[in-house]
Write a new protein. Sequence first.
Length: 246
Amino acid sequence: MPLALFEAAWPAPRGIGAGCTTRAGGASAGPYATLNVGAGVRDAPERVAENRWRLLAATGCEGIQWLHQTHGAEVFHAAQLPASPRPDDRGDAPAADAMWTERRGLALAVTVADCVPALLCDARGGVVAALHCGWRGATGGVIEATLAALPAAPETLRAWLGPAICAACYEVGDDVHGRAGGGAAFTRAGGGKWRFDLPAYVAERLASFGVREVARSGVCVSCDERFFSHRRDGITGRMAAVIWRR
Ligand SMILES: [Zn+2]
């Protein structure tokens, strides 16, 4: 099966490509079958490399910028193509959970398997950004740090939130509820737990900082077996959400 991106459905300007990979179209086996692009999950490195090459080909870009994601709030400015043309080279991947670029032909890729991938572009299509929003990053400032770094006002931005875990599949404790400051994204579950609608929380935060157009995929990676879900499967692969200027 060829690599087909789950395409972002959002009002992006012409010249912007965006979407998220699924499990289909890759070279990996077992729990990583088939399109694992995560380098830190004990899949065979040569297969991850092959999968990343296929993703690069699917975007039609000259290069892909990957990150060493840490659930923090660092934002990387991808000003040029990665030093190494190899999409499997993690050696120089910057430690950050968000990045942005104005450069055409450079795809930005964040890896996810439950966390919310957020893709942004401005209304003129001159700048794009990709964020990895787990609960730690989302409550820890990665969204506002990215908006502060971008050379475009939040009011001019559009956002797409890709496939991520839904509230019914995501029970959390008081610690997460407290860190997030509670709010409408939480509903009571049994046993002192909360159901956390992480995509709703990310959408709410983007809106609170002035991003007016936030589209959501509506797809849960745990409910939908086309995707990897760490919570559902434990040992599993990672999807990539990608955005680029053509
Ligand atoms: Zn679900």
